[in-house]
Design a binder for this molecule. Structure first.
Ligand code: PSU
Ligand code: MN
Length: 303
């Protein structure tokens, strides 16, 4: 198994020194944001993690290896190249065999982080049950991964391009804890709130770390969602973003966008229709998630 993993020097040293490590995904770079903001954000997020006392490990597939920790040039490569594959659970083996560039989604990053023994993973938002999934069956593999892989995902909730209610039902069925960080309701990515109430709230990173440890010590397999609302000053007005999302969904439908292209298409459309305001919000919420995720990783390492 180990022959497939390649650790950066920084991550190797952190492991030897027993320093906390925070995993990061690469699809957010290749398919989630445009160049050059994607690479700038990836760098800033890594630096926030370092400044707060942990080590970042951005995960991707390069040249037949799962890379745990990317160099600056590799970040640039993922931000700039157009032919990068969006890699979910189903794709990992093939991407390794064919030595193609693969950007890992939340699902694939969770698998790789677990192999690398990194329990805390920071991103923007998770995939979920799409609106209309009753007919399309479009349910992100991220949810199934959360059901079985022991990694906690710190995110700003799920976007209302998804059906948030059905996403929560799915997670409940699969026994995935969704822990609201300083919130009683599920944040909806661009906005701090939604009408979906959460059953678990924690205001201390230490409580989150202890909850994860107890769960995993007890062999209750699966991940957790740590839902961290976007900072107030960067949140978007709900009415504005919801109108834009409705338009983006309609366009995706008209164009017959399906499969793995749906989420990147919607993200791009929303950015276009908000004249970049959604991108700004997206960047800020990821930075905030990096701060909170680092605090959780440190608390977990100290248990
Ligand atoms: N949501 C975002 N930005 C992203 C993604 C989701 O705000 O970049 C990416 C993540 O990598 C996530 C993936 O795992 O999209 C989900 O894709 P799908 O819906 O096809 O499962
Ligand atoms: Mn899908």
């Amino acid at each position: 198994m180990k022959q497939y993993l390649s650790f950066s020097e920084e991550v190797k040293e952190a492991k030897l020194a027993g320093k906390p490590i925070v995993a990061l995904e690469s699809t957010i770079i290749s398919h989630g944001m445009p160049y050059p903001q994607n690479v700038e954000t990836a760098r800033i997020v890594e630096d926030i993690i370092r400044e707060n006392g942990a080590v970042p490990a951005t995960i991707a597939i390069i040249d037949g290896k799962i890379k745990i920790g990317l160099s600056d040039e590799e970040l640039e490569l993922f931000g700039k190249s157009s032919g990068v594959a969006k890699v979910s659970r189903r794709d990992i083996g093939y991407l390794i065999a064919t030595k193609q560039l693969g950007a890992t989604t939340v699902a694939a990053t969770m698998i790789c982080a677990e192999l690398a023994e990194i329990p805390i993973f920071v991103t923007g938002g998770i995939g979920g049950v799409h609106r209309g999934a009753e007919a399309t069956m479009d349910i992100s593999a991220d949810l199934e991964e959360l059901a079985k892989t022991n990694v906690a995902v710190v995110c700003a909730g799920a976007k209302s391009i998804l059906d948030l209610g059905l996403t929560m039902e799915y997670l409940e069925t699969k026994g995935v804890p969704v822990i609201g960080y300083e919130t009683d309701v599920l944040p909806a990515f661009y906005t701090r709130t939604s009408d979906v109430e959460l059953t678990i709230r924690a205001d201390e990173p230490g409580v989150i770390a202890e909850s994860l440890k107890a769960k995993w010590d007890l062999k209750i397999d699966g991940g957790a969602v740590i839902a961290n609302p976007i900072p107030e000053e960067h949140a978007m007005p709900a009415s504005e973003i919801n109108a834009v999302i409705a338009k983006a969904l309609q366009e995706a439908d008209e164009k017959g966008i399906h499969g793995k292209d749906v989420t990147p298409f919607l993200l791009g459309k929303v950015k276009e229709l908000t004249a970049g305001k959604s991108l700004e919000a997206n960047i800020e919420l990821v930075k905030h998630n990096a701060r909170v995720g680092t605090a959780i990783a440190k608390a977990y390492q100290n248990l």
